[in-house]
Design a protein around this ligand. Structure first.
Ligand SMILES: Nc1nc2c(ncn2[C@@H]2O[C@H](COP(=O)(O)OP(=O)(O)OP(=O)(O)O)[C@@H](O)[C@H]2O)c(=O)[nH]1
Ligand SMILES: [Mg+2]
Length: 326
C-alpha cells in the first residue's frame, strides 16, 4: 500500500558505497600530491554521500504513524511493533549523523597533511569507521526491511467506500461467503484458521460500491488472550465496519457448537455496541426448516442474493460513516 524502498543490510550498503567510490575521477590536479589528496577527499565524499542519502531516504520513506488512519496505526503496531520501529528509525538517523560527522573530520585531516601515505591511511580509516557504524545498526536495517515487507502487504482500504466486515467463529464459511458475493478470492478450506489476514473485496449493490472484508475466525475469549491473527479481525471490527455481518454455522460442522458461537456473538455485540450488526446463519443446504435468523448457503448460493440486497438496504439507509473512525 505504501512505497518504501528495499532497505539494504549493512554489508550491502558498505559494498555499494565503497564500489561507487572507486569510480571517482580527478581532473586537472596541479601535482601528484594534490591529485592524491583530492582523490582521497572525493572518495570520502562519495562514501558518506551514498550512505547518508540511503539512510535518510529510509527514514523518510517510512510513513509517520501519527498521521495515519487508526486502522493502519493499529495494524502496524500489531504486526511490526511501533516501539521497535521508532527505535530502529532513530538508530538509522543517528548513524547518518555519525557518518556525516566523521566524513567532515577526515576531510579536514587529509586537508592538513602533506604526507601521501597518511592521506591514504586516513581515507582507509574513514572507511573502517563508516563500516563499523553501519554494522552497529545492521539489526535495525534488517528489522526495517522486514517491516517494509509487512507494511507493503497490508490491505489497501478505500476510505470512501462503505464497509462490511464479515466476522464469526473459525470455519463457519466467512471466506466462502465473501468469495460468493464479492471480487475477493480468499482461500476456503475445511479446517479452522484458514484465513490468517484481512482480505478486501468489492461488492456492488444497486450500483453502489461497497467494500467487504473477510476476517480471520474468532474464538470466544478475552482480548488479551487473542493471538495476532484474531487481533486483525478485532482491528477491522473496531475501525472499518459500517456493518458487521456475524456469520453462524448452526450445523456445528465448523467444530464449534452453536452455543459457543452465540457466546462469541454476545461478546462482539458488547464490545462494539455502536456498529450495525446482522446475524446470518450459513450452511442452509445442510439444515432443515427455518432458523432464528436469515439463512444462506455460501456454498450453493441459496439466500445469498437476498442477503446482498439486505446489506444494500441497511447501508443505504444509514448516513453515518464509520470508516477510519476510532
Ligand atoms: N455445506 C456447506 N459448507 C460450507 C458452506 N459455506 C462454507 N462451507 C464449507 O465450510 C468450510 C469452511 O469454509 P471457509 O469459508 O474457509 O470458513 P471460514 O469461516 O472462512 O474459516 P476460517 O478462515 O478458518 O475462519 C469449507 O470447507 C467450506 O467449503 C455452506 O454454505 N454449506
Ligand atoms: Mg476464512
Amino acid at each position: 500500500m505504501m512505497k518504501i524502498p528495499t532497505v539494504m543490510t549493512a554489508d550491502e550498503l558498505i559494498e555499494s558505497a565503497f564500489r561507487r567510490a572507486t569510480k571517482v575521477q580527478i581532473i586537472g590536479a596541479r601535482s601528484k600530491i594534490d591529485k592524491i589528496k583530492q582523490m582521497d577527499m572525493a572518495k570520502i565524499n562519495s562514501v558518506s554521500d551514498k550512505v547518508e542519502t540511503a539512510l535518510r531516504g529510509y527514514v523518510k520513506a517510512f510513513p509517520s504513524l501519527d498521521r495515519m488512519p487508526p486502522f493502519y496505526q493499529e495494524m502496524i503496531g500489531l504486526l511490526v511493533g511501533t516501539d521497535q520501529l521508532k527505535k530502529s528509525l532513530g538508530a538509522v538517523d543517528w548513524c547518518a549523523d555519525q557518518v556525516n560527522r566523521i566524513a567532515r573530520q577526515y576531510r579536514t585531516g587529509i586537508k592538513m597533511t602533506k604526507v601521501i601515505s597518511s592521506m591514504d591511511e586516513l581515507r582507509a580509516e574513514m572507511y573502517g569507521r563508516t563500516a563499523s557504524l553501519l554494522r552497529q545498526i545492521d539489526k535495525d536495517l534488517r528489522f526495517l526491511n522486514k517491516a517494509r515487507d509487512q507494511i507493503k502487504a497490508l490491505p489497501t482500504i478505500d476510505p470512501e467506500a462503505r464497509t462490511i466486515v464479515i466476522a464469526g467463529a473459525p470455519n463457519v464459511g466467512k471466506s466462502q461467503l465473501v468469495a460468493a458475493i464479492s471480487t475477493a478470492k480468499p482461500k476456503v478450506a475445511t479446517y479452522p484458521f484458514t484465513t490468517k489476514e484481512i482480505t478486501v473485496g468489492v461488492l456492488v449493490v444497486k450500483r453502489v460500491r461497497y467494500q467487504i472484508i473477510d476476517t480471520p475466525g474468532l474464538l470466544d475469549r478475552p482480548l488479551d488472550e487473542r493471538n495476532q491473527i484474531e487481533r486483525q479481525a478485532i482491528i477491522a471490527l473496531r475501525h472499518l465496519a459500517d456493518l458487521v455481518v456475524f456469520l453462524l454455522d448452526p450445523t456445528g460442522s465448523c467444530g464449534y457448537p452453536l452455543d459457543y458461537q452465540l457466546s462469541l456473538l454476545e461478546q462482539i455485540k458488547e464490545q462494539y455496541p455502536k456498529s450495525k450488526l446482522i446475524v446470518v446463519e450459513n450452511k442452509a443446504d445442510l439444515l432443515a426448516g427455518k432458523g432464528e435468523n436469515p439463512r444462506v448457503s455460501a456454498l450453493t448460493g441459496e439466500g445469498v442474493e437476498e442477503l446482498v440486497l439486505e446489506i444494500g438496504t441497511i447501508l443505504a439507509a444509514s448516513s453515518e460513516r464509520n470508516v477510519f473512525s476510532s
